[in-house]
Design a protein around this ligand. Sequence first.
Ligand code: ADP
Ligand code: MG
Length: 635
Amino acid sequence: MRRNGSLICIPKFGPIVLFLPPYKKDSEVADIIQLLPDNIANQIAAGEVIQRPASAVKELLENAVDAGATEIKLIVTDAGKNLIQVIDNGKGMSETDARMAFERHATSKIREIEDLFHIKTMGFRGEALASIAAVAQVEMKSRKADDELGTFIEIENSAVLKQEACAFSVGTSISMKNLFFNVPARRNFLKSNAAEMRHIIDEFIRVAMAFPQIFFSLTSNGQEIFHLEAGSLKQRITQLLGNSYNAKMVSVKEETDYMNIYGFVGKPETAKKTRGDQYFFVNSRFIKSAYLNHAVNSAFDNMIAKDSFPSYVLFIDLDPMHLDINVHPTKQEIKFEDEKIVYAFVQAAVKHALAQFSIAPSLDFTLNADIQNLDAVSKPFSSENKEAASSSNLYKTFTQKNQAHAIDATDKNELKHWKSFFESEKLEVKSEKLEFEQKAINSQPTIHTSQFIQLHNTYIIASTNNGFVLVHQQLAHERVLYDRYSVAAHGKQMATQKNLFPVTLELATADAMLLEDLLPDLATIGYEVEPFGNNTFVIQGTPADVLQGNEKHSIELLIEQFKHFSSDIKFSKREKLVRCMSRQHAIKAGQSLTQKEMMALVEELFECSTPNITPTGSPTYLEFKEDYLDKMFGR
Ligand SMILES: Nc1ncnc2c1ncn2[C@@H]1O[C@H](COP(=O)(O)OP(=O)(O)O)[C@@H](O)[C@H]1O
Ligand SMILES: [Mg+2]
């Protein structure tokens, strides 16, 4: 007999056929609401949790981590469409638990609502296995250490097909075949194998990165593509992101009783044009947060180009009490009790790390007073908090020497109180700043002014008291001019060189409006330009750097560059102007310089507050010290 089916469409999930009893007139049945059968309810729930093979990979890997495994192997075929298998050596499941695990809302990880605020496991919703069993053919083997035999269970469409005792090593192996075999609409939504595999690798990397003390491997279509021996975080990062990261990372590590942060940020020169290697973990959980990302970016401030992104792998540990992880089914979005604190902390910690490695020119730890007065900041330290923090996986990882951090000078064994952290930090920063400047003076090469060599009309070689420096003339000059114009833009007006014959400049309407807008700021840096009506301007004078005859071109270029910059709201009008000006007026590579010009440039460069980089973060010179040279020659 054919039953009446009605097609309903559930967003994110695709069409599902619901079988309802044959239609009867309202007068015949008063009640029309029915509970959905389990398998359908599970399928609907699965639409949220298991969106693609990669989501199943994430759930299975996290379960293995939660089970305390030290070895986790992931095997996929056809980008997980055909098979996803995770084998772990964790604590395994009893016969009953093995069956229970696939029930909806079945979890061993929380018992009451209170537990939600103390979660230390990756899972807690008890949805993953039920969802997986609703949309794939699942086989599981599991054995606890105390049991002689393991248990084997086969489930399809939420129904147990078979369960029996079996021989198995301690741990669990779950394989799910033919994902979405019973939800064709969903299966058709899957992307190409290459695309799905990329998602799987992303998830794999996120979990593997968070647990460097666990061995992980990933085998795809019979080929092992990751084989990650347990080790330090630094080792794990290079295993996952490439060996080149080894020398390019700066360690970040700060502890307070409110929260700890540790991990690595890439040195400014490793910043990328695309948002690539950026990882935030909160209590070992990978999260996406534009807000925290902004905090890191802002710590890099002027050190990297405006259109590039710093790399980072940062872990934040804080009492789960101050978090809500349960805002999204995949738990990638979380809510902090107080975002402002976390923001300030992340920003300060990254700045501090960069400064310690002498990458940042100066320190700015001025914290918003509001933040310091917040309850959470002045909350008393409790031993409970401390215990919670120190029992976390991550805490253990990073306190193992030479693992997650390399800064010893500031290593403080005790958790500092947040507030005192920042107070003392301010003092430390002051003295550190002095020290840093002192160091900068000491460590800055003392240039011998006797002779300079210009190479390829681009590089200047200057000998120093203990080696030599190789200066890039254009980048060095960019830094010099930037500093000079910045001073001018903030009060000390620059000298104007009057034109013998005023030059007229006619512009397109939009450009004319822009220039009009810029005139007052241009005046501070030495441009004397007057509007003459009808989109025409008269250039009466220019800064001393502008060559006679070049006035018109210089302003046109400036407008062009300014437009290029204008989408960047981070910088003020003046700052943009100063950046454009310094770039434009810098001596170009390829220009021959006299001894005197080279000397002036090098001297001026080392008078800058940050001689080693341009405003956008490119290096201006390289230093070669004698001992380094000796070593290179095996002396
Ligand atoms: N690999 C595993 N090893 C041991 N136990 C597991 C494993 N995977 C799942 N479990 C058990 O099954 C339960 C249900 O898993 P799951 O559906 O992912 O929910 P959750 O992880 O949210 O608790 C877990 O709470 C755990 O007790
Ligand atoms: Mg789980």
